[in-house]
Write a protein of this length. Sequence first.
Lengths: 237, 210
Amino acid sequence: MSLRLVLSLLCISVLDGCETGTTGTKKEMNVSALSKIDQLEVQVSVDKDFSVMLAGQKVNGIDFLLLPLTVLAYPGGMVVAGAVDSINVHSKAAVDARQAKDLRAAISEINPQESVQKALVDGLQSTARFKSVTAGNVGADSSAGQGIFRVQIENWGLYSDKSEERSLQQVQVGLNATASLIGSDGKIVWEHKDYFTGGTQHSFTQYRNSPELLKSEINEMIQRYCARMVNEIRYAR
Amino acid sequence: MKFDMQDKPTIMNRHHFSILSILLVAILGGGCVITHTTSVEFKPNGNGPLAQIKPLTILVQVDDQRPEAEKEYLVQIVADIGGTDRWNTETPANQIVQDALASEIAKCGHRVVTVPGQNVDASVKVSLKRFKALCAAKMFSCKVDSHVDAEIVVSSEVTKVTTPPFQISGDYQKSYGQFGAGQAKDVLSAALAEFVHNLTFDSRLIESLQ
């Protein structure tokens, strides 16, 4: 038996049955560990500033326009189609980046880190599950009796997963975030990854012409997202 | 004619033959689509904010608004060297979502109807935009992304308020060493469970029903 064949069989045996979940609920709630947390510190981080992602880009971890090509094409044609679309996507990304910069200037007072942290502290206090809920800085470790509710916002902004033409007419605010509840022993009690959208769709022109509309939609989306997260803790059983 | 590949250099040596064989399999297998049948399972939890609302009669309707091309299958696996496996369900996708949502709402203590009529306190109308799982199979693994996306409109007959349409998604991603009917059922069921959970914990739904 050749070395190559042995290595191949080894790979098959190692990878066979290997299963890893990466979106949605990453860790089911451990209610017993949740009940041991008396004091909770809320930490929020934002990886990227406001972004605009319209057609042909990864909104929810999926490249919507490339998928049909990937699925339908033969291996040879797939390389060519993929290369052409890659150029288009990068060109669109540059346009979106410029639009994001302009819109961000018009909504400069929006601070998602502060807004999310405040809404979570207020909401989690109202659950009456903890003796105290405080805001904290990202990176601080949990200690005896104290847990951490950590939210990492990977990106936030204006998104559409529709075709290029339709996305200009139907775009909405959204965010990608991972929320984790960490117990006093440092272990993850619950973890959930979300692509959360504001829901109300407007044309891109409406958002561009009305910073107030954009601000209002972002603020509402943040409140809705935090209410969802608070509900996960409030009704955990 | 004797064809000795060991001793004599030929146009088609062993290396070329291997490449040609792989390409032949890819070309022949590339257009091959096999469709299997699977099912989707949903177990209602019956907890969460929906269970805290006083019992209502709720109309639940799910309309299939997926693109026509996406109605042909729920799971598609495309192999590296060609060949496509698809899984579909005997029950229509919108019916699966409707049954799941209705069972969750019912377990939360509400009466569910699926046909419009009198004595309805609120209606939850779901426009199903996507329900599918896709995978580009590699040599030894298969990473599957499954999604349920829908647009929701909630109307209260009590307050006479209708929400603007809002989007709810249920996403699930998993890597498998082997993929078959059982895994197809798992990924679809997991995405559906996420979708129902995300909807029933959403403040827009809850506030409209209160």
